[in-house]
Design a protein around this ligand. Sequence first.
Ligand code: DCT
Ligand code: MG
Length: 405
Amino acid sequence: PAVNLLDISWYTESMREGQPVAILDRHRSSRVLKRQCFQRPATRVRGALLYPDTIPFSLIPLAVLAESAELNGDEGRAVAFRRSEALLRSLDRRVQGVAELRGLPCLGEHSRRVIQDVLDNGESSEVEETKSSSRYKAMKVLTGIFGVGVKTAKRWFTEGICSLAQLETSGHTLNPAQQAGLKYYADLNQPVTRDEADAISVTVEEAVCSVLPGAQVTLAGGFRRGKTSGHDVDFLITHPDEGKEEGLVHKVTACLESRGVLLYHQTTRNTYQESPEGAGRSRSNMDRFERCFSILKLVQEQAKDQDPVQVEADQTDSGCRPWRAVRVDLVVSPISQFAFALLGWTGSKLFEREMRRWAVHEKSMSLSSHALYDNNQKRYLTASSEEEIFAHLGLEYVSPSGRNA
Ligand code: DCT
Ligand code: MG
């Protein structure tokens, strides 16, 4: 029988072998958790969540520690905290003591200590110290610049650069991505709403279909999972006639440029080659599609009816201009790889990670955004839908909204 990747019973089983693989989803896991771990009927469960959804993600204590680890380049630690945090988010009852968490996976000593502190004192001293440390604050500001990664931010921080103003007067030469990142800093650090993503979808679809009629544009990333906001808008583009999609990104960017909505773009070509040691095993499989990282200009609804000359004049005043900058990722996939691309680009990152781990450890298969390779049969398994990929992996299908862990 197919296994549900979100099911805790399988999870705890695999934990015993020292291989934590599955992740948890609020609705699915909570039922099983209650039965297995709390052994109390659902009707008696009352009270708020320890970490309700209404708290901004960045304020959730374990997420702060995960983020801090990411900003230190410590991925293993970051993933451990992300898992703990996903587990807590999956509980739909108030946790009143760490004893209630006994038997639950993904909660290491460190996470339990933090939770204990939050339960006892309303906050965790470690988390508060982290949040107020100059390093964390500076790294957040600097990596908040589009085009600046952890390595660059670390280097700048060791040079004493902690703010945008200090960076601007430091004499550092910024690359074009970073220049755009600095120029649109405020906009790009303001979450994109669902309505804004829909408006961007219209612009992108119009551009794509004008340069390649019949092409299909799919909203991927967090918005496909039903999130109401995100840091960018991700699109996957394909065409039913394989080959027609080649070189599409250049035509689309030219079209967006001619319409005056392209503020920045950087294009990478498709470098994927199917081979026995091919993309199935690659760690950097996300970068192998023809792809465009861009910043688009989104004209606000109320400005659309205005005199275009006036709109243009307003644009010089960034404080009250009638448009905002939005990060947009365009990914072009051949139709034969589309199901894999869609699965990979829907996320979440944690879900993708756990699904790939399941593939390797349980099925001896390599899953990427391009393909699924069966290491036993020594061949690629084809799929024309996400459902088929789950089936190849012996997993129950999980709809996009269930992949938010
Ligand atoms: N992805 C991945 N591995 C990466 C980068 C991305 O698996 N190294 C997948 C997971 C999500 C999808 O691509 C889009 O990436 P993001 O836009 O970074 O994530 P998101 O879930 O859309 O989050 P947000 O709502 O903040 O944009
Ligand atoms: Mg996204």
